[in-house]
Design a protein around this ligand. Sequence first.
Ligand code: ADP
Ligand code: MG
Length: 257
Amino acid sequence: MTKLNFIKIGGSVITDKSVPFSLNEPAIDSLTDQIKVIVQAYPYEAMLLGTGAGSFGHFLAHELPHTKKGLYKTSDALKIHQSVEVLNSHVAKMLSSKGASVIGLPAASFAHFRGGKLIVTADHLHSLLVPGTIVLIYGDMVPASKHSWRVLSTEPMMLGLAEQLSQHFSLNRCILASNVDGVLDDTGHTIKRITQAGKIAHYEQSGYDVSGGMAQKLTYALKLSEHFERASIISGIHTDALQKSFAGHSIGTIIGQ
Ligand SMILES: Nc1ncnc2c1ncn2[C@@H]1O[C@H](COP(=O)(O)OP(=O)(O)O)[C@@H](O)[C@H]1O
Ligand SMILES: [Mg+2]
């Protein structure tokens, strides 16, 4: 079975979440460099790359009218979708300019909510995931009922995809890169390993966020770790953390057994 890796680069790294529509160009440059090197170093492994919505999607999702259940009308969902497309295509262009082969997919092409439950259909996606091609997904809007749309964050999207794709691939690395060194304890130190859900120290996030920050990320990382050989939450800021983590170094917080 072909090995498949998931990497998520958080919106907190590639944008400044406190400034609407702001790109963090040096971080995007460094991360795309590292991803290109990884893809070249592991030519027989497939790669799914996810990007967060950062100060593009989160800002608009926060500002535009929505119901208590987080439902948006189609015209507003389109505005959010278009904003995350800008961010995502910037990352895609950067990867492409460095010689990587990359294809971005809107979440509505493989996911929707039915009766509040996330449904993911990865049949066609599975054939796109060939070694050498990076399949790029991103926090986005997906249909929730006839005329309403919901935010689908990158982590739950990745979990839905992992559940489907585990039938076709051997799921290898799952690395979530954010703007902190990992999950921090209440003294600010990085926790080396987390194997089960529990309360974590709470640090205030700067900027716009509609997905629940680190607590939410950890919940999904624990579920993702059940499908992968190794899962971790690392820093996307340090210039070589992603490459080192991919190569098996103990970087950040290792998630699961
Ligand atoms: N215990 C914790 N450890 C690390 N980060 C935490 C913790 N509690 C809250 N946070 C906040 O979570 C943020 C990362 O989550 P988030 O902004 O959603 O990142 P991303 O955009 O990468 O998904 C950090 O910037 C930090 O402010
Ligand atoms: Mg987040």
